[in-house]
Ligand binder design. Structure first.
Ligand SMILES: Cc1cc2nc3c(=O)[nH]c(=O)nc-3n(C[C@H](O)[C@H](O)[C@H](O)COP(=O)(O)OP(=O)(O)OC[C@H]3O[C@@H](n4cnc5c(N)ncnc54)[C@H](O)[C@@H]3O)c2cc1C
Ligand SMILES: *[C@@H]1O[C@H](CO)[C@@H](O)[C@H](O)[C@H]1NC(C)=O
Ligand SMILES: *[C@@H]1O[C@H](CO)[C@@H](O)[C@H](O)[C@H]1NC(C)=O
Ligand SMILES: *[C@@H]1O[C@H](CO)[C@@H](O)[C@H](O)[C@H]1NC(C)=O
Ligand SMILES: *[C@@H]1O[C@H](CO)[C@@H](O)[C@H](O)[C@H]1NC(C)=O
Ligand SMILES: *[C@@H]1O[C@H](CO)[C@@H](O)[C@H](O)[C@H]1NC(C)=O
Ligand SMILES: *[C@@H]1O[C@H](CO)[C@@H](O)[C@H](O)[C@H]1NC(C)=O
Length: 603
């Protein structure tokens, strides 16, 4: 996407770049008149031989498989990089077609992504089996890792051969960071162990001795919350609002916010320790007392950037009675757009007050449709929550805005609330996502301008009226976490003074061409992001939920205090750039060329 157009691709001779002790030199390449040194890909002389792949397969106990997309079952052939095979199977095709929008099904595949625009949509379910099925931007080989030695084997192999390496967990990434053209993929979703303790024993100097849980990399939010609530006494912890995001994967490495963030901060504020495999293939523990610099970087410094997380230990908290509520303003109640937006304006103007009352609020906003589901009040009663919402109710009534807001519900546990009020999301829609988090001051002083920017996100251009869709998360990562504590994680300090993280999606045409994708990307960067930034200059962006092509992403994601530290840590922990995730620290020198294919260093 947004790649300059191809002029020439030719090899030429230059001295080896990044020649570590046994590392294959990067491959020289010219594209668009510029010189690059690229990772080693199939077809290059440096690509590992069949016997080298066989040795790798033995090292990972036979768990190395060639990538074949499940969608291939709907096509006569899968024309892969390594081979072409007949793949049509009517029953399997029906199964894939049915499951295509199901989050958990996607999560359980070797490599599939939730957001297909990052795959080049080169093999999709179809009723016409003669249409082509090719790998698109997926990898070539997958290691279905179940032990840390499998991870180490994959890391060592990719490093020695300078392969593009991808760590794939659930495939949720909005920015396509869990896929890469021609890559070796280590799938860590198979890591599923969970172990609770009521009294954490860390390294000698560790002061925290409360309850905690150690989870493996692939464990997902809702499954974990269920296990936690089944402990005696029941506990809970920071997970995403999304039931299927993995907690110790991209989530915590980008920060990780969820329904309890206003009370307990980010997931990154609650980690006690990580077990990792480094780019050098070393097993390490990283916590406040061992490898503290790596520990810092892993807490919000960017997913898939510094090391592969095998497991992580998080603080847990009592699972206590909590209250939830919902609010609707939509075309069932009014078709006046003036009345509707007045309702949005009033609701949104309360963002700071909701946080000050300890709440978390999730809402979606579409054409003549505001759905606030839910307001979450951890450790509060329904009566308390109704009292918090009373001024909003009164203001909507006074303005003559029709709305539906039933009295709040009390739940015996936070888990009960979570299971009742948080839904699975649909996977697979072709879209591009951007996001901006508004500062407290922005809400207090510029709420009207923010609402105008929301209108831009909904209707960014004359041909796209009412085609946008937004999801907002009102939480305060600085409410329950002191300034000093908050500075320990590698997230943008502006988060602690922020109130609402708004995601905005723009739809892509089905089977969109590169030109169409560039067009929508341009709209996202130059129209919608700009409108948000202008309306909310105290805001910031969240590395896991934003437009990766934002100008000055270093400042928006981390800010001038944190970013330079992270860039330095990236150089120390991954000097050769084994791990690459778009728009993460230290990636300035890397570039994906040839329309989303080769990952190369700029020379
Ligand atoms: C529907 C939906 C809802 C969401 N809700 C929330 C939310 O409530 N709060 C929130 O904070 N975010 C949320 N997100 C964003 C989410 O945090 C990111 O998509 C995150 O990257 C997902 O991580 P993953 O590991 O599950 O996914 P993947 O796509 O598999 O991986 C994401 C990135 O992390 C890397 N990675 C994964 N596992 C490891 C590992 N073990 N070691 C090293 N690198 C690894 C990958 O290489 C990739 O770069 C949501 C996303 C979606 C699609
Ligand atoms: C790896 O070994 C297993 C078990 O022998 C085999 O089924 C699989 O096809 C091999 N993978 C590759 C890529 O050859
Ligand atoms: C895929 O392979 C089949 C069988 O060799 C061939 O008929 C078909 O043209 C190929 N399709 C593409 C897109 O290369
Ligand atoms: C990506 O899709 C475009 C057409 O939409 C095609 O020209 C290109 O070859 C594809 N690339 C890959 C790697 O599939
Ligand atoms: C709004 O318009 C829709 C579609 O015409 C209609 O079904 C609905 O009843 C209208 N709502 C109100 C409040 O009039
Ligand atoms: C719940 O709130 C009460 C006060 O209302 C407080 O004493 C208690 O510590 C809180 N529990 C948790 C787990 O936050
Ligand atoms: C519209 O509001 C009603 C309540 O008035 C609610 O039941 C319905 O689910 C809402 N529709 C949408 C699409 O949110």
């Amino acid at each position: 996407m947004l790649l300059p157009h191809l002029l020439a691709a030719a090899s030429f001779l230059i001295p080896a770049v990044a020649a570590g002790d046994k590392t294959t030199p990067l491959v020289p390449r010219t594209w668009n008149g510029k010189k690059y040194a690229c990772k080693c890909y199939y077809g290059d002389a440096c690509w590992p031989s069949a016997s080298e792949w066989k040795t790798l397969n033995n090292t990972v106990s036979g768990r190395l498989v060639p990538f074949i997309p499940p969608e291939a079952a709907c096509h006569n052939f899968f024309n892969g990089t390594l081979f072409t095979i007949p793949t049509y199977n009517a029953a399997q095709c029906a199964d894939v077609t049915t499951n295509y929008p199901v989050e958990q099904w996607i999560n359980d595949q070797d490599a599939a992504l939730m957001w297909r625009s990052w795959t080049n949509s080169s093999c999709v379910p179809t009723t016409n089996p003669s249409t082509p099925c090719t790998p698109g931007y997926y990898g070539i080989y997958i290691i279905r890792a179940t032990t840390k030695s499998h991870v180490k084997a994959g890391i060592d192999f990719a490093r020695r051969h300078s392969l593009r390496l991808i760590i794939r967990n659930t495939g949720h990434d909005f920015m396509g960071r869990s896929t890469g053209w021609g890559a070796l993929v280590i799938n860590v979703h198979g890591f599923q162990s969970v172990e609770f303790t009521s009294s954490y024993r860390g390294p000698k100097k560790e002061p925290y001795t409360g309850s905690a849980v150690t989870i493996a990399a692939g464990v997902q939010g809702r499954a974990l919350l269920r296990l936690a609530a089944a402990q005696t006494p029941p506990v809970t912890l920071l997970t995403g609002e999304c039931p299927t995001v993995s907690v110790a994967g991209g989530f915590v490495q980008g920060g990780g916010h969820g329904p309890l963030t206003t009370i307990f901060g980010f997931a990154a504020d609650n980690v006690l320790s990580f077990d990792v495999v480094t780019a050098a293939g070393t097993y390490l523990t990283a916590n406040a007392h061992q490898n503290a610099d790596l520990f810092y970087a892993l807490r919000g410094g960017g997913p898939g950037t510094y090391a592969v997380v095998v497991s992580a230990t998080f603080k847990t908290f009592p699972d206590v009675p909590s209250a939830g509520a919902t609010l609707y303003i939509n075309s069932t109640l009014t078709n006046s757009s003036t009345v509707f937006w007045e309702g949005v304006r009033i609701f949104h103007g309360f963002a700071n007050e909701l946080i000050d009352a300890g709440l978390y609020t999730l809402y979606s906003l579409g054409p003549q449709m505001l759905r606030v589901k839910p307001f979450v009040a951890y450790n509060q009663t329904a009566t308390q929550l109704d009292a918090v919402l009373a001024p909003m109710r009164a203001k909507l009534e006074a303005a003559g805005v029709p709305f539906t807001m039933a009295p709040a519900s009390g739940y015996g546990t936070f888990l009960g609330l979570y299971l009742d009020l948080f839904d699975d999301e649909r996977a697979g829609a072709p879209l591009l996502t951007g996001g901006w988090m508004f500062g407290r001051r922005d809400i207090a002083e510029r709420n009207d301008a923010i609402v105008e920017a929301m209108k831009v996100a909904l209707s960014p251009r004359a041909d796209l009226v009412d085609k946008g869709y937004m999801v907002g998360h009102i939480f305060g990562p600085g409410h329950g976490v002191s300034k000093a504590k908050g500075a320990e994680a590698a997230v943008n300090p502006r988060f602690r003074e922020a109130s609402d993280l708004l995601l905005y999606n723009l739809p892509l045409p089905a089977d969109s061409s590169i030109a169409q994708e560039d067009d929508i990307q341009d709209l996202l960067s130059n129209t919608v992001d700009r409108a948000m930034m202008r309306a909310a200059p105290d805001g910031l962006a969240y590395i896991n939920e934003a437009n990766p092509y934002m100008e000055d992403w270093q400042t928006h994601f981390w800010g001038p205090k944190v970013y330079p530290k992270l860039k330095k840590l990236k150089r120390e922990w991954d000097p050769e750039g084994l791990f690459y995730s778009i728009s993460t620290p230290g990636t300035e020198e890397w570039h994906v060329i040839e329309y989303g294919e080769r990952l190369c260093k700029k020379l």
